[in-house]
Write a protein that binds this ligand. Sequence first.
Ligand code: ADP
Ligand code: MG
Length: 603
Amino acid sequence: MPNIQILDQNTINQIAAGEVIERPASVVKELLENAIDAKATAITVEIKEGGISFIRITDNGCGIAKEEIPLAFLRHSTSKIRSVEDLMTATSLGFRGEALSSIAAVSQVELITKVSSSLNGCRYCIEGGMEKIFEEIGCPEGTTFLVRNLFYNTPARRKFLKSAQTEAGYISDIVEKIALSHPEISIRFIHNNQNKLHTSGNCNLKDIVYRIYGRDIATNLLSVQASMESISVYGFIGKPLISRGNRAYENYYINGRYIRSSMISKVIEDAYQSFLMQHKYPFTVLHIQIDSNLLDINVHPTKMDLRIKDAENLIPFLYHTLYNILSSKELIPEISLEEKKLEPAFERSKEYEKVKKREERLAEPFEKNRIAKEQQIKEQALYQINQKPFIEQAEQIELFNGQFLAKEAKEQHRIIGQVFETYWLVEYQNKLFIIDQHAAHEKVLYEKMMTRLQTQQLISQMLNPPVILTLSIREEEIFIRFQSYFEKIGFVIEHFGGKEYAIRAVPDSLLGITQKELFLELLDNLAEEVQTQTITSSILNEKIASMSCKAAVKGNYTLSKLEVEALIEELMKLENPYHCPHGRPTIVVMSKYEMEKKFKRVL
Ligand code: ADP
Ligand code: MG
């Protein structure tokens, strides 16, 4: 065993940095929070290469006095609390005094700052925890932090970073969340010299929602404002029709702090429960104010989670507030058969001309597609006719040993009828088979869709007018990453300016279901999964197939007996007809014997 030694400060800081600074987005978060704590009213965040090589955060806050600068970079140095007692009531966003020392330990930091009481400002450079330059300079009031080459001295950590695009996505998430949490601060975000977000700081929360999430969401909001004793809440919640496939759109803030809390998420989802389909999550931006004596924020270094002592009050209060708002409005989406009239100004604009030209250009290949499609149908029919003698042979050999789904069994099926608008009862031999119509239908559609995706037999079907989508930076990143896949399976999607994309065509079998929702849900789904695994095109195929057939089979509807027979026949063709794509059984069975036991005819 080597000797025991005390680690030097720099090593301690590097290790500690691991707790607070995980990626460029953590740097941005910490520095943004510091700027907010410094009472800035305008903050600019600029990044290059996903923040890995360059982050600059400029604020017009109180600045740091010359003699305090080296102190600010010491571990556990903070101006925000003085004792453990203060921890309980901390109203500032930071207070652990760990961020600057951690950032400086693993990057090259340049600080330019000036307080109003001083004539000159200061420039301070610190790299890997070592002070390099400390000088007086002329500069405006406020603080600028430049953070270069994150993890330059900890290559192992650097390796853990994702692509610049992905890191930029994490950063934009953080900036967006913080912009929503402080509508009174003007926040600007620049990525690779492009302006990605600029909020006005005029306290208009809806305006920020519009800038971040686009028109679709901003025009489908319900306003929230309620208070009770020591708790109040204000903000917006989305109408159920703008629900999404994951929790990424559930934003809530406690005392201006962006947090994740499974408890609050659950309350929100419970309130929405009867208004949303399963696995759908609402859009919310909720500002909750609670007496800070009732909070315990010091749970985790990144302070994303917190404990609430007054949860017994908060939960019912929040639930009832949201539930009442949701239930008092007419939430049935309006549909109109008339085509939406374009705004006259738009019609005259150059952009409109461009769109029109593009449309015409695009229409041509679709004519070709129509011809190709007819051809394809003919080929498929031929293929199926050829396949048939083969399937019949195979079934005779393998499948017929008294199985319900064997071809020979079909003659003996006695379809009794449907119950609960869902289950079909079929008597066969000594058994009662119960088929879940939806699960069965889903399975059949799924298999068909999978085959078509795998063999790329899908054909684009043009949408006129195109569907316009507003993508968040994160969604845009996912979309760009999988763009060629989407195109391969028949989507035609074009950049429409800013954050808007136009879906001009969808794969034909996805028609009839709401293309926009499907596409957004797909992106949401992918956004969740790219974090945990590498996505192959077969995973994508499965996703699309399972989502599209789920959408297609939604809702109860009645089938005729003939249609059920056809459905059973389709099931027979499948390799695993007994489970739907989501793992639920398609058929269950009860034997005559079981029934007789129930009625005590046999013992
Ligand atoms: P904490 O925020 O937990 O106090 P930090 O390491 O993030 O710890 O910051 C250390 C100190 O540096 C802060 O307490 C604050 O006094 C000062 N500071 C950091 N950033 C700024 C800023 N943008 N403007 C003014 N002061 C700042
Ligand atoms: Mg801080």
